[in-house]
Design a protein around this ligand. Sequence first.
Ligand code: ADP
Length: 413
Amino acid sequence: MKILVINCGSSSIKYQLFEMPEEKVIAKGLFEKIGEEISFLHHKSIKGDLEFKKDISDHEEGMTFIIKILADKEKGVISSIKEIAGVGHRVVHGGEEFTKSVLITEEVIKKTEEYIDLAPLHNPANLMGIKASKKILPRAVQVAAFDTAFHHTIPREVYLYAIPYQLYEKYGIRRYGFHGTSHRYVARRLVSILNKNKEDLNIITCHLGNGCSITAVKKGKSVDTSMGFTPLEGLVMGTRSGDIDPAITFYLIDKGYSTKELNDLLNKKSGLLGVSEISNDMRNLLQAKDRGDKKAKLAIDVFCYHLKKYIGSYMAVLGKTDAIIFTAGIGENVPYVRRKSLEEMEDLGIEIDEKKNKEARGIEARISRESSKVKVWVIPTNEEIRIAFDTYEIAEGRCARNNEHEIASGASQ
Ligand code: ADP
């Protein structure tokens, strides 16, 4: 069964076409700068790589072009668009409503629209993808996978902020958490690598990419996560501050900053970029640090310190921690960050094997010593495959129901 996974940004469409349940990637690509003068499509498939420069005005036009390439007689990978049985969409905010991936109905679209207020940068783009896909692939099962869904198990005392309760009731102000598909994928992956039941393991998952978040997973369920009402809270990120004293914002308002300027400051000019004054990109900072740049080193050290503090607090939350997982661009590729954020924690049962740590780049690997009570792993994330699985299960369930119906009505004979 062919399943297409779509991740729409405000001016981009990232996609992967899978053969399921074999988990085989048949084609993937990224359409960038949609709505600008020239849009770029980088497409890879078993038939080779393709690059296009096009004038694409919106997501519907972009999706139409992608489907055309996928079904192209010469360079395509499917003989007809009818082969695509399901489309899985990444949706950032599912509020309190969505606790798992769901079949997209008009009601789901309506609810997702209501959450635009909570995710103004993401949900509108996700919805554009859904609407385009429904139009272009009307026969395919459309499924939404929410970033927030995995965190629906977080208890009340954890998701509530200590501000007047009525703000939760009136505006839904609470911790939602994000990157759920990634935390869920790596936690499940480790359960399967270790051949255990998910109920047997307590795991801390560290997703360290441009956005960073950490989750405490107890017996397979998220019980706390660092991102909150928005993806600004928690760890230090590429350009986001993570946790700060909220009074800094009032202080800066008194100094003349507008709400928009503060939003930009904390979301786009802080984090690694803000402290280093060089870059938000860890690769550039590591190079600058190696050249002796003190601010680059400081930015990385601030990043690692906050991470270490969260890891320690989640060990307290979990009581017993069986494993820590590092994932995403930085988590998968930067031994320095992994070592620094876990150093001097031997008394807490964490012993890093420095050789293994240095060697583990972009691959699944255990980086703790044999004797380490807490096992430390690097596991590359794969949100797309998780979404593909959820979509496949829903699509297959629907096919099975249709078959039952056909058999019952004698239509299959
Ligand atoms: P996104 O959140 O946009 O998906 P990624 O997971 O790709 O981000 O992570 C981006 C971060 O990972 C950047 O800071 C980048 O420098 C860092 N990164 C990616 N690959 C490497 C690498 N090989 N070595 C060091 N840092 C890397």
